[in-house]
Design a protein around this ligand. Structure first.
Ligand code: ATP
Ligand code: MG
Length: 211
């Protein structure tokens, strides 16, 4: 599937589920035999910590972690596309100028958002920021249950703006696995059943019909 696709996980609100979404998509892509790179632009380093735990357990396990500053990343994006099938970029909650330039070079922005009104309020500004810059898709994160009113209302509201590619329910499986550098996708059947369609919908939007 080379040249690869670059997906930036974007949000304005902290705790939206960006790092979790990045880990889950990365491991779903690995299970689909893709070569995967991840980039952690957040100084909190949650994704890097996860990767460190993962490679301490198994140094050969993917994905590959690319360490690069937000300022230098736009200059290497073409090169990364030639090397990996999928590059996932986890970002801090911000609309920093460098993030806009990165989004401009990406194939897709995945915007995870919780279904609360406070979180949905933050979606307008990020859509305005990214419209015309990069195609967008939403993941509704941390809903109380699959068909709960919060999930249904958020889906209706968001799908008017961009495709909603899936939902994650609040489950221990998402964070428990991260403690040993794994993902819910890899360790929990229910999580895998939630993440697989998110991954497949993303790949379909990216034009990979073999996912
Ligand atoms: N579906 C889920 N079920 C249970 N816990 C979740 C789920 N998704 C995310 N979490 C937890 O919610 C918190 C926020 O998620 P995450 O770190 O992925 O968001 P983030 O957008 O990367 O946050 P930050 O702004 O700090 O970077 C974390 O503690 C994470 O483990
Ligand atoms: Mg994060």
């Amino acid at each position: 599937m080379k040249p690869g696709k670059i997906v930036v996980i974007s949000k304005l609100k902290g705790g939206s589920g960006a790092t979790t979404t990045t880990r889950e998509l990365a491991t779903a892509a690995l299970a689909d035999s893709k070569s995967v790179a991840i980039i952690d632009l957040d100084a909190q380093g949650s994704l890097t910590n996860w990767w460190n735990r993962r490679t301490a357990e198994n140094p050969e396990s993917g994905p590959k972690l690319i360490q690069v500053s937000p300022e230098k990343l736009p200059g290497i994006m073409d090169q990364l596309c030639g090397k990996f099938d999928l590059v996932l970029i986890d970002t801090p909650p911000s609309t920093h100028d460098a993030l806009r330039e990165i989004a401009n070079g990406a194939d897709m922005a995945v915007i995870p958002t919780k279904p609360t009104i406070d979180d949905l309020d933050a979606v307008g500004p990020i859509i305005r920021q990214l419209r015309g810059v990069v195609p967008m898709a939403f993941v509704i994160s941390q809903v109380t249950s699959k068909r709960s009113p919060d999930a249904v209302e958020a889906t209706e509201l968001l799908s008017a703006r961009a495709p909603v590619i899936g939902r994650t329910v609040i489950r221990v499986g998402y964070y428990r696995a991260a403690g040993s550098g794994q993902s819910g996708f890899e360790t929990d059947k229910t999580v895998r059943e939630e993440v697989q369609p998110i991954y497949e919908n993303l790949m379909a939007l990216l034009g990979d019909h073999h996912a």
